[in-house]
Design a protein around this ligand. Structure first.
Ligand code: SPV
Ligand code: MN
Length: 628
């Protein structure tokens, strides 16, 4: 059957016209192909109109994928008990036989076998359901940074989430003028039982780089299903690598400085390591909290937020820790809460919210009472640790007006953060771009969290916090980052941060608000307005500067003893980290650039030289003025 005939057999005339108006055969063929294979009863087409967005939201409630809460605009969605995070095990690239370039850190399946498997899973999977065909734009509208994307999903929750998280893109498809240069996503939640995906053992997320399509089946958790989020990011990493720009797992924020200036920073942190809470710090501005596209424009490094909303972790969001998001989540207007606890009066609760968690309610395990245990006898928490909120950035009072700018913002600082209990100091500046990319970004490690399925607290190698999403070989990705700033007079200054350094007794050495001080220090460093101490691994702050900033920013005293404990150079731990990382690159990354090993060996030598003179733990004062 011709594509248009298939479409006519599933869509009402009004929806057919919406598709025909795009005058794009590639769009029609893609949609018709999956309407035929997945066989929904009917299909709805979402343009950029308000009515279309409202229709999808209404459907989500009607079909019970979401239910309304007490506050106007708020809804709750539950994912299945075993469908609470990204499924790394079943997320794979479809790679032609014999192509081993991706290396052992990136999961793949032979392309033809993977396509057969997914086609079999998709066959008739949407029978009995309505499907939503949605047009979005990754990045600001009418921007050279942006990529149009079409999502086919049988989940009104997924379509609704995307409406909150992404800019509408029907007009962008009009502007394509028939081109097939867009990303495509096909998702089905599969059979639903009590509103959640039943067949999670058939959960698959398969990424086809050749045709720029991602397939996702038998899952609802947004990290596996919202095609435009991490799935599009995987396609974009591949595309940007070919085209000479960068796709990064980064927030973008503006930090205020002297004379009312705003300096833009981007920051990469693995999931659940403080990325979102950094991005939305009170007093600063937020452009985005998760994914950024970077381009070199007229000798500047500029970036845009790919999204317009946040899919943030709700645990520990309270009026003290994160007042801005707290306000956004408590006022009227669209918010989707997922996998939290609700009570009979339809009020949401989560771990770490202000006040007490009630003793019973409804959560991701069904009806819940305090003390409820799972099959293995482990206590079920009232809200899942990876429970989330989905909200538009515009609801934050400090949303940066430049976020919608087609030209993006000029990025002057880049931050890499991990969850490191024993080695890295709270904040440190790299010597230069190359040192930053090699010794900080490429060596990033983090202890695992609830954002992915599996054990927590295990130290994992995660270069640029992007390993989960890389669709190109790691070495190539590092080389792209290295060469990206060629021809740029003053490349962004690179920093590392670590909010999770622990004392010997296991307690954290820093408070949750201290990051604000680190940011203000970084802003000053970008403008060369404070001195620093050179250490074997970078530049660290002077005590006097931090003491002043702690007072100015947090109105806190900052004793020198705390500074010494936080910023002392932990030589054995840093050497162990270098050995670990060199081992990983030697064993697992066949295309690691030679400069990486040179840079790490040089850092190791500097560490050894200092340890000969001062021993294993060295306070900053001893390093002042030392030749390194
Ligand atoms: C992350 O885990 O990094 C997230 C949420 O931002 S997810 O969409 O699951 O990737
Ligand atoms: Mn993320």
């Amino acid at each position: 059957m011709k594509s248009i005939e298939v479409i006519k057999s599933k869509c009402a005339p009004n929806d057919v016209s919406k598709l025909e108006a795009l005058k794009n055969q590639a769009v029609l063929d893609f949609i018709a192909g999956y309407l035929e294979l997945c066989n929904p009863d009917s299909a709805f087409v979402r343009t950029d109109s308000k009515e279309d967005a409202l229709y999808i939201r209404k459907k989500a409630i009607e079909l019970k994928e979401e239910s309304e809460l007490a506050v106007d605009g708020h809804t709750i969605h539950f994912d299945g008990y075993f469908d609470q995070a990204r499924d790394k095990k079943n997320t794979k690239y479809l790679i032609p036989e014999g192509d081993n370039r991706l290396g052992s850190n990136i999961s793949k399946i032979e392309r033809e076998a993977g396509l057969s498997e997914i086609n079999l899973l998709l066959k008739d999977i949407m029978k009995g359901k309505q499907v939503y065909i949605c047009f979005f734009c990754l990045g600001p509208n009418n921007s050279e940074f942006s990529i149009p994307a079409v999502q086919i999903t049988d989940s009104s929750y997924v379509a609704h989430s995307e409406d909150i998280l992404y800019r509408s893109g029907y007009e962008e498809f009009m502007n394509l003028k028939g081109s097939d240069s867009f990303f495509k996503f096909v998702h089905s939640a599969g059979l639903l039982e009590n509103g959640v995906s039943r067949d999670v053992e058939k959960r698959r997320v398969y990424i086809d780089l050749k045709d720029n399509i991602v397939y996702s089946t038998n899952t609802q958790y947004a990290g596996n299903t919202v095609g435009l989020k991490k799935l599009a990011m995987r396609l974009a990493i591949n595309k940007s690598s070919r085209e000479g720009w960068l796709t990064e797992h980064m927030f973008i924020m503006g930090i205020g400085g002297q004379g009312g200036r705003t300096t833009y920073f981007a920051g990469a942190f693995p999931s659940a390591c403080g990325k979102t809470s950094t991005a939305m710090l009170e007093g600063e501005t937020i452009v985005g909290d998760d994914i950024a596209y970077f381009r070199k424009v007229n000798g500047q490094i500029r970036a845009v937020n790919v999204e317009r909303g946040m899919f943030g972790i709700i645990r520990d969001v309270n009026s003290k820790a994160d007042p801005l998001i707290w306000n956004a989540l408590n006022g009227p207007g669209e918010v989707i809460f997922s996998n939290i606890l609700i009570t009979g009066d339809k009020v949401p609760y989560w771990l770490g919210k202000d006040g007490e968690v009630p003793p019973e309610g409804l959560n991701y395990s069904g009806s819940w009472q305090k003390g409820k245990k799972d099959k293995d006898g482990a206590e079920i928490t009232p809200s899942h640790k990876n429970a989330r909120y989905t909200v538009r950035l515009g609801k934050l009072s400090n949303y940066d007006q430049k976020a919608e700018d087609a030209e993006g913002v000029e990025v002057k600082g880049v931050i890499y953060g991990g969850r490191d209990s024993d080695a890295s100091v709270p904040v440190e500046q790299a010597f230069n771009w190359q040192h930053g990319i090699l010794a900080k970004a490429s060596t990033l490690e983090s202890e695992t969290t609830a954002a992915t399925l599996g054990q927590e607290g295990v130290r994992k190698f995660n270069p640029m916090s992007n390993l989960d999403f890389l669709s190109i070989p790691i070495g190539e990705y590092i080389s792209n980052n290295l060469s990206f700033v060629e021809g740029v007079k003053s490349p962004p200054v690179i920093f590392s941060v670590n909010y999770f350094l622990k004392a010997k007794d296991g307690g954290y050495l820093n408070g949750i608000h201290d990051k604000h001080v680190w940011l203000k220090w970084m802003e000053l460093r970008v403008h060369n307005e404070v001195e620093a101490i050179k250490t074997p691994s970078g530049y660290i702050p002077l005590y006097e500067d931090l003491k002043r900033l702690f007072k100015d920013v947090l109105d806190k005293d900052y004793p020198e003893g705390e500074y010494n404990e936080q910023f002392k150079l932990r030589i054995p731990e840093n050497l162990a980290k270098i050995e670990r990382i060199i081992g990983i690159y030697k064993k697992q990354v066949s295309d690691a650039p030679a400069e990486l090993f040179d840079e790490l060996e040089a850092q190791k030598k500097r560490l050894l030289r200092v340890s000969e003179k001062f021993g294993e733990n060295v306070v900053p004062e001893d390093l002042k003025g030392m030749e390194l």
